[in-house]
Design a protein around this ligand. Structure first.
Ligand code: PMV
Length: 348
């Protein structure tokens, strides 16, 4: 048995659109920041036993089907790389070829809303691949593991690393060069504070899979974005991260989120992931940044209405929380039920 915990990641340069649906190969590079595992993460336990008649999986306590191609790809790729395992003390020896015959039971929990546009699949699939790899004594490097996680859910490949991560789209048809690389580890740029404003924890209406497919087939803006905008934006974002240049980081992050949602609107039929509250949060941040003359906070929205807000430091984060609580007053005075994570940021 093995247990692992993997945080989710939030893209600051978005992945939207596949050039190969089966292998999950994207139309552009993307860059993300991996969150602190204490707050938004998946915890997965995998077990093998000769007494298990089939592979089974439970997500948040409910059994789910493993028949989908994506789970099957991850299981197949990890099993292919499994190595002999021996624990003399416990008297366990599993030969390489035995792994093919042994079935797994997988139990995974998310400590945050599932499928609500908070990249739960990224954390879940990365955790599944990582933990299965540990159990089956897989020795492949993180780049290789990321390319397996990618076949489960594209954005999952970036959750294999902490810190700032780039998913290189790759050029090869077999996807072997479509892997994630770490740009900077989790100790880099410690001033940043990420606040997630959960606007709605309902499951999204359009899955990212079907949304991307429709965008690739119908949106001219997607083609322009992938070919003309993202390549230079990725280079600028790498520079901004390296130099801890918040102004540039914030401008690129907001612009990229807005262009991703513009692509969604440019899709037939149009996809609406953000709602009025999301738009109000954007206005609040834009007005504040404008009045300060330099960005204080960056916003980004994935395939859902929830806002991911990145403040330049703790002081700004505390101010941001006050502004959010003022504009969106809680129904009762007990803030502890609204705030999850590091509450000390609010001070007194
Ligand atoms: O990996 P998926 O299929 O969950 O797609 C994720 C797409 C976005 O979250 C909207 C953007 C991204 O790069 O994470």
């Amino acid at each position: 048995m093995a247990t692992g915990r993997t945080p989710t990641n939030i893209a600051v340069i978005k992945y939207w659109g596949k050039r190969d649906e089966a292998l999950i190969l994207p139309v552009n590079d993307s860059i993300s920041v991996t969150l602190d595992p204490d707050h938004l993460s998946a915890t997965t336990t995998v077990a093998v036993s000769p007494s298990f008649p089939s592979d089974r999986m439970w997500l948040n306590g409910k059994e789910i089907s493993l028949s989908g191609g994506r789970f099957q790809s991850c299981l197949r790729e990890i099993r292919r790389r499994a190595r002999e395992f021996e624990d003399e003390k416990k008297g366990i020896k599993i030969k390489k070829e035995d792994w093919e015959k042994l079935h797994v039971h997988i139990a995974s929990y998310n400590n945050f809303p599932t499928a609500a546009g908070l990249a739960s699949s990224a954390a879940g699939l990365a955790c599944l691949v990582f933990t299965l790899g540990k159990l089956m004594n897989v020795k492949e490097d993180y780049g290789e593991l990321s390319s397996i996680a990618r076949q489960g859910s594209g954005s999952a490949c970036r959750s294999i690393y902490g810190g700032f991560v780039k998913w290189c789209m790759g050029k090869k048809d077999d996807g072997s060069d479509s892997i994630a690389v770490q740009l900077a580890d989790e100790t880099h740029w410690n001033d940043l504070v990420i606040i997630i404003a959960v606007v709605s924890s309902k499951q999204k209406e359009t899955s990212s899979t079907s949304g991307m497919r429709d965008s690739v087939e119908t949106s001219p803006l997607l083609q322009y974005r992938a070919q003309t905008v993202v390549p230079s934006r990725v280079l600028k974002m790498e520079e901004a991260i390296k130099n801890q240049d918040f102004e540039s980081f914030a401008k690129l992050t907001c612009a990229d989120s807005n262009q991703f949602h513009a692509v969604c609107l440019d899709t037939t039929p149009p996809i609406f992931y953000m709602n009025d509250t999301s738009h109000r949060i954007i206005s609040l941040v834009e007005k504040w940044n404008h009045s300060e003359g330099t960005p204080q906070v960056a916003y980004t929205f994935d395939a859902g209405p929830n806002a991911v807000l990145i403040a330049r430091n703790r002081k700004t984060a505390a101010l941001l929380l006050q502004k959010l609580l003022y504009c969106f007053p809680p129904q009762d005075r007990d803030l502890s039920s609204y705030l999850v994570g590091d509450k000390s940021i609010l001070g007194d």
